[in-house]
Write a protein that binds this ligand. Structure first.
Ligand SMILES: C[S@@+](CC[C@H](N)C(=O)[O-])C[C@H]1O[C@@H](n2cnc3c(N)ncnc32)[C@H](O)[C@@H]1O
Length: 205
């Protein structure tokens, strides 16, 4: 797909702070899809690692039986983040206005972005900075399904099917330039019956 500036526009261009002011203490995908995310985190994240949950909310989908060294969350709503039992610490930050991540180079052993990558208006810049804060070869697990807040999603997302969205995310990672071993996975638990769940996984250079 040919990407133009219009590809990154959204129906609702009001500040994200307004849209996310109200806490949403709900799940955005069904339980089988959440279990598929958890399984990916189990496979890719080192059990003793420092993990970043980017675009986080009140639930991180990390395996409950694993005690990571430290889990940091970044999202838009203070009430959601403070209710998240997996997080050791968190910050409210609008990545669409402040794309620089507030972390030192090589801080994390793994990062997840669950059902959220489609809300970023400059995903390449943010993924490039995410590559900076991950240690070399640390995994990034980006997951998504077929649901979204359509008014806040970039236009390109709404024009694509699921494989097209995976290709788009892989293209963002390639354009960021500091990722390798980019994989596209389909972990849909019960195709056609419950929420689909796909992933794009990559490792920091
Ligand atoms: C559909 S929710 C998913 C939340 C969580 N990752 C999950 O799996 O349940 C989308 C999340 O993206 C985050 N988000 C949306 N726009 C954002 C922005 N501009 N900057 C930072 N985070 C954002 C919100 O905080 C929200 O929690």
């Amino acid at each position: 797909m040919q990407l133009t500036p219009d590809s990154f526009k959204r129906w609702d261009e009001t500040p994200d702070e307004r849209f996310y002011a109200q806490p949403r203490l709900v799940t955005h995908i069904d339980d089988p899809a959440i279990a598929a995310v958890t399984q990916l985190y189990r496979e890719y994240f080192p059990q003793t690692g420092v993990i970043l949950d980017l675009m986080s909310s009140w639930i991180s989908h990390l395996p409950a039986d694993v005690t990571y060294k430290y889990v940091f969350g970044l999202g838009m709503n203070e009430q959601e983040l403070s209710a998240n039992p997996a997080l050791n610490d968190w910050i409210v930050q609008n990545l669409n206005t402040t794309p620089d991540l507030p972390f030192q180079d090589n801080s994390f052993d793994g990062a997840g972005i669950c059902v959220s990558i489609d809300y970023l208006t400059d995903p390449v810049t943010i993924l490039r900075d995410l590559g900076r804060v991950l240690k070399p070869d640390a995994p990034l697990v980006i997951t998504f399904s077929n649901r979204c807040f359509s008014s806040k999603v970039i236009a390109a997302w709404l024009q694509l099917d699921m494989p097209g969205r995976q290709n788009l995310v892989a293209t963002f990672l390639e354009q960021a330039g500091n990722w390798h071993s980019i994989e596209q996975l389909d972990r849909s638990p019960n195709p056609g019956q419950t929420d689909p769940l796909v992933a794009v996984v990559a490792r920091a250079r």
